[in-house]
Design a protein around this ligand. Structure first.
Ligand SMILES: [Zn+2]
Ligand SMILES: [Zn+2]
Length: 320
């Protein structure tokens, strides 16, 4: 299984402004010594030695995560603006892929606003499967793509075959579907208007995508409503939008702090925690500071086995 991050910002896109761009170039130029530009090799070495906030920015697109199964099946979680570069890359590098499986955590703008620009949906030879536990999935998606909000509608112009799947539990109450050899489970998480986390398991590999999630004490209890949904995944992609102070200030806004996220990941035996749904008001430097603080906090709490990373566009994680 392979995971690719295409958009990791929350709430709204965060394009770099001209001032920020100039500041960034200035910060880089100030660090250059003569020998750093004396050869191509030195230049590469210099660039790769820059702090991550300067050379590996997390990017400004809103949530979109691709999960590739071992047979190449393409599962996409949320259609924030990150789905636009995904779509462009697929068109140029993998034009043969014709089946797409799009799962939605919920329908807030930042999670659907890239869908009108998903060019594969306008190709009659593709099949797009849309999934959500919300009975209104079809209505919600079609409703935001019509005049006066957008010039073309899903019905008239999106000529790819559309299949809408309302995810429902089976007669035993299991909330899971089988998809091309993998299992996809879903689970309610606390967010205004409700949102859903997804867990994808293929063989021994598993990833959970839990974005737009305000954690509370009850989420840590092993005998809670969560059952085994959060137990021992290889990767947990989690809403860690705020600092603790801000999360307290923004109680009930539907997002979590990175420190409670670290505790949560440890409590459920997560191997790798990917900090996700970055606050758009935070600079890249601040996001990397938050990562440092999250790692420091994990060390202080004595969670030595927890690997913590910041989700950034272009990041790929292979789970064997
Ligand atoms: Zn969001
Ligand atoms: Zn939301």
């Amino acid at each position: 299984m392979k995971i690719r991050i295409w958009g990791a910002r929350g709430s709204h896109p965060h394009p770099i402004t001209p001032d920020q761009f100039r500041e960034r170039v200035k910060s880089i130029v100030q660090r250059v010594r003569e020998e750093d530009i004396s050869s191509n090799e030195n230049r590469e070495r210099f660039l790769n030695s820059l702090p991550d906030w300067l050379w590996n920015p997390p990017g400004g697109n809103t949530p979109c995560v691709e999960v590739r199964l071992s047979d190449g099946s393409c599962l996409i979680f949320d259609a924030g603006t990150g789905i636009i570069p995904l779509s462009q890359r697929m068109r140029s590098q993998e034009p043969g892929i014709q089946d797409f499986h799009l799962f939605f955590s919920h329908f807030h703008y930042d999670h659907i606003q890239g869908l009108p620009f998903f060019s594969q949906a306008y190709n009659p030879s593709t099949s797009i499967h849309f999934y959500s536990p919300e009975p209104d999935v079809e209505y919600n998606l079609k409703d935001h793509m019509q005049h006066p909000f957008f010039p073309v509608t899903m019905e008239e112009k999106m000529t790819g075959k559309q299949h809408f799947h309302v995810l429902r539990s089976d007669h035993r109450g299991n909330r899971a579907i089988e998809l091309n050899g993998a299992k996809v489970e879903w689970h309610d998480i606390n967010h205004p208007g409700n949102a859903y986390a997804y867990r994808i398991t293929e063989g021994d590999a598993s990833v959970i995508i839990a974005t737009d999630y305000e954690l509370s004490d009850s989420d840590f209890a092993k005998q809670s409503r969560h059952g085994t949904f959060f137990a021992n995944p290889d990767v947990l992609i989690l809403d860690t939008m705020y600092t603790l102070g801000e999360a307290i200030e923004k109680f009930n806004w539907g997002h979590s702090s990175f420190s409670i996220g670290v505790d949560f990941a440890h409590a459920w035996g997560v191997k790798t925690l990917l900090m996700f749904h970055h606050e758009p008001q935070y600079s890249d430097k601040r996001l990397y500071n938050n990562l440092r603080h999250a790692r420091w906090y994990a060390e202080r709490q004595n969670y030595p086995d927890l690997d913590i990373r910041l989700a950034q566009e272009g990041m790929e994680i292979d789970i064997p």
